[in-house]
Design a protein around this ligand. Structure first.
Ligand code: IMP
Length: 451
């Protein structure tokens, strides 16, 4: 069967902990979208591993696949693999030959576009991670991308570079009006020979290590053989390029449909499995865009946001940026549950909310005299939404390890009421509750692989 793990909010819901936990029961862990804009920390045997591209299951020895829907920065990939090897692990990572490659010029262009947008004061910069994600997906859709398979064929690689690189130079010089010599990394980033040398060598290494795969074919065979496949979504529903808060989105589809498209395992196979939405018990957002329940209205709210940010460690794994904080927003969760067809949810960071003076949940929005139960389709309308809140009882801090050991009933009563309220509002059962950062600090009600 398959299990697809999806971020229900804006990324950083703590998907890694569940992927890590349930990944132990999987035979293959597949990432189906995004690239090294993701960030997850895996704690295994007391050691901490920070990964942004390698699927987290690889730390445990499970085969990790980067599907065709991913954009792969081979420099990051090899740095992470080499680091894991130095630390005594032997990660088995395969990369789809149909996946697109993040080239150095994509990262440079990501930075330039953000700077240009920031400079014009129109407030339209996205706050990207600067990893070149958007420019790489643009080239994919524009049919001028370089795919992993091209790295294996030096002649094809040269031909593609000779087509793409002059366009990128022209973009920098003629559209952005910059002198290429003033742009960081310019020597290699816009030089066909230098790029060819580096990326053909990367292709050789991928081939030598047998790391490339026909993802669809591979997964189809594993699935037919009865193997358990876990799809590890990165980012979250509300930064999905189709279903998120456009244009403050990433350029891929973190929602569950992306698992089929981004891996080549058929929709009926993916849809026949479980789809678990990962929910943070409050909201965090890195980057720009609306956040109706943001705690930034006055000094008291800002102090509360600071408290939650510190307790929850809400600083970007990839960028280190402090995350914006808000109350849990049910219209966002209803949208997420519908788009991906959640069969269950896991609610994380329930420990972080312990000990607060007040606790609110947004149950709907008021907009232009109407009450909405879901997120409007435009940024402008979402920005103007006034949250409707329900105030719930707070709970005292508890011993996470003891609760994780004893099970759901050991949670404080008010925490259980909170979880049951959320589950009823989105009509989806709670499969797991995160009560601390360690893998063990999860209360499991249902293991989706045993459903
Ligand atoms: P990009 O994916 O780097 O293009 O960034 C686009 C938007 O998605 C920005 O608002 C980023 O902050 C956000 N984003 C990208 N990856 C993540 C993630 O893993 N967690 C949270 N936000 C992310």
């Amino acid at each position: 069967m398959t299990l697809t793990i999806v971020g229900s909010q804006l990324g950083d819901e703590g998907k890694g902990a569940l992927v890590d936990r349930w990944g132990g029961d999987a035979d293959v862990v597949v990432r189906y979208q995004g690239g090294d804009n993701a960030g997850h920390t895996v704690v295994e045997g007391g050691a901490e591993y920070k990964l942004s591209l390698v699927p987290s299951g690889a730390v445990r020895g499970t085969v990790g696949i980067l599907g065709n829907g991913c954009v792969v920065n081979p420099r990051t990939l090899f740095t992470e693999i080499d680091d894991l090897r130095e630390r005594g692990l032997d990660p088995d990572v395969r990369v789809a030959r149909r996946a697109h490659v993040i080239m150095p010029y994509h990262r440079v262009l990501d930075g330039i576009e953000e700077e240009v947008k920031a400079d014009d004061d129109a407030g339209d910069e996205v706050g990207t991670t600067g990893r070149g994600i958007g420019p790489t997906y643009e080239d994919k859709a524009g049919r001028r991308g370089i795919r992993v398979a091209d790295l294996l064929d030096p002649d094809a690689l040269r031909e593609k570079l000779e087509y793409a690189v002059p366009q990128k130079r022209a973009l920098v010089e003629d559209v952005y009006g910059l002198d290429i010599d003033d742009v960081d990394d310019r020597a290699e980033a816009f030089d066909v020979d230098a790029l060819h040398e580096e990326f053909a060598a990367i292709g050789e290494r991928l081939a030598d290590e047998g790391m490339t795969v026909n993802c669809s074919d591979y997964l189809h065979r594993r699935h037919a053989a009865g193997d358990e496949i876990l799809f590890e979504g990165a980012q979250g529903t509300h930064i999905d390029v189709d279903h998120g808060n456009y244009p403050f989105v990433t350029s891929s589809n973190p929602t569950a449909g992306g698992a089929a498209v981004g891996s080549g395992l058929g929709v009926t196979k993916v849809g026949d499995g479980e789809v678990v939405g990962i929910v943070k018990a409050y909201l965090s957002r890195v980057g720009e865009g609306p956040l109706p329940t943001e705690l930034d209205g006055d000094a008291d709210e800002e102090a509360l946001a600071d408290e939650i940010r510190e307790k929850g460690g809400e600083f970007g794994t990839v960028t280190g940026r402090p995350r914006r904080i808000g109350w849990l927003d049910l219209p966002m969760l209803r949208h997420a549950a519908r788009v991906s067809g959640f069969t269950g949810v896991a609610v994380n960071h329930v420990d972080v909310l312990a000990g607060l003076d007040e606790l609110k949940v947004c149950t709907g929005y008021e907009l232009d005299g109407e009450t909405l139960d879901t997120v409007p389709t435009t940024t402008d309308r979402w920005e103007r939404c006034e949250p409707v809140y329900e105030t719930l009882d707070t709970w005292e801090p508890f011993d996470s390890a003891a609760v994780a050991e004893a099970g759901y009933d050991a949670l404080p009563g008010a925490a259980r009421e909170y979880l049951e309220f959320v589950a009823a509002e989105i009509d989806t059962p709670v499969y797991a509750v995160g009560v601390g950062p360690d893998r063990e600090e999860t209360v499991e009600l249902t293991n989706p692989f045993e459903e």
